[in-house]
Design a protein around this ligand. Structure first.
Ligand SMILES: NC(=[NH2+])NCCC[C@H](N)C(=O)O
Ligand SMILES: [Mn+2]
Ligand SMILES: [Mn+2]
Length: 313
């Protein structure tokens, strides 16, 4: 089994696991235990098995981040906490990337991607982002209904919507043409408008049905990475998968990616040799029964393995 070389990483190829037990970007309990379950399921050993050196010295600790007083700003919930956590994640992920390691961030809720993608862009300013999700997570201060910041990280990264001083560290370094979505099927009306206004390429489940996943991934790469020479940050929300495949997540939406479609995306990104960072977000082991949790955690681990080069043959 020989996998293509990664164009950006030195040998020996090293993964840095960034476990982020954090749930402040949404309201449900339990998503902070996602990374703990993924680690306990043996993700470190599994990645070593497929040839990676793995650096993992325990989950990221947010205890030093005190926000006793964190009232909403407008509708935004836990704004100071989310901002500080994402900022520290940006520093950690950026640090690993600068050391030539491939950061794999295990969430935790998707507000963390504000940090992970900031860290990636800090190191690789021309990186593109492939966002796999049922949701666009692009609400702004103006459009958010829930006030949950896990539904908003993309707008901060793009620098759209009115600015919140508490998030001034976010550089808005992502250009709309370097972002592409796959798997969308549950957008708020304001989000649909933002995608059109900013000309952001998105392949919803409609396009997956119409063209098939192989063609969709190719079209997505043609859009954000036409010469196949730019670094890729893959941000994978487990709720992109159909709830029958990955039931243990906080905002499940029916009609999602099959087991194979999800894995195909990861395999195809691996084959580019351009992956520089990976997020696996929104695994919530408190939802619901033990069997669902076991199934979801196992799928999460296998998506990560596929993105890092596990092949079927
Ligand atoms: N990362 C997620 N699961 N996001 C769900 C977002 C749902 C909804 N659009 C919101 O703004 O609250
Ligand atoms: Mn989602
Ligand atoms: Mn998401």
């Amino acid at each position: 089994m020989s996998s293509p070389a990664n164009k950006f990483l030195p040998n020996p190829k090293t993964v840095a696991i960034v476990g982020c037990p954090f749930r402040g970007g949404q309201a449900k309990l339990g998503v902070d235990n996602g990374p703990i379950h993924l680690a306990e399921a043996g993700i470190v050993g599994q990645l070593e098995e497929i040839g990676w050196k793995v650096a993992f010295d325990g989950h990221h600790q947010f205890e030093d981040i005190h926000t006793a007083d964190d009232p909403p700003i407008g509708k935004l919930k836990n704004p100071r906490l989310v901002s500080k956590v994402a900022e520290s994640v940006a520093r950690v992920v950026g640090g690993h990337a600068k050391n030539g390691q491939l950061p794999v961030t295990l969430g935790g809720d998707h507000s963390l991607a504000m940090g992970t993608i900031s860290g990636t862009l800090d190191t690789y300013p021309d990186a593109c982002v492939i966002w796999i999700d049922a949701h666009a997570d692009i609400n702004t201060v103006e459009t958010t209904d829930s006030g949950n910041i896990h539904g908003m990280p993309v707008s901060f990264l793009l620098g759209i919507g009115s600015k919140v001083p508490e998030f001034s560290w976010v550089k808005a370094a992502l250009k709309p043409e370097r972002l592409v979505y796959i798997g969308l099927r549950d957008l708020d009306s304001g989000e649909k408008r933002l995608l059109k206004e900013h000309n952001i390429k998105a392949f919803s489940m409609h396009e997956v049905d119409k063209y098939g996943i192989g063609k969709v991934v190719e079209m997505a790469l043609d859009h954000v990475n036409p010469k196949r020479d730019l670094p890729i940050h893959l941000s994978f929300d487990i709720d992109a998968l159909d709830p029958s495949v990955a039931p243990s997540t906080g905002t499940p939406v029916r009609g999602g990616l099959t087991f194979r479609e999800g894995h195909y995306i990861c395999e195809a990104i691996h084959e580019t040799g351009l992956l520089v960072a990976l997020d696996l977000m929104e695994v919530n082991p408190s939802i619901d029964d033990a069997e669902s949790v076991c199934q979801t955690v196992a799928v999460g681990c296998s998506l990560v393995r596929s993105a890092l080069g596990e092949t079927l043959l």
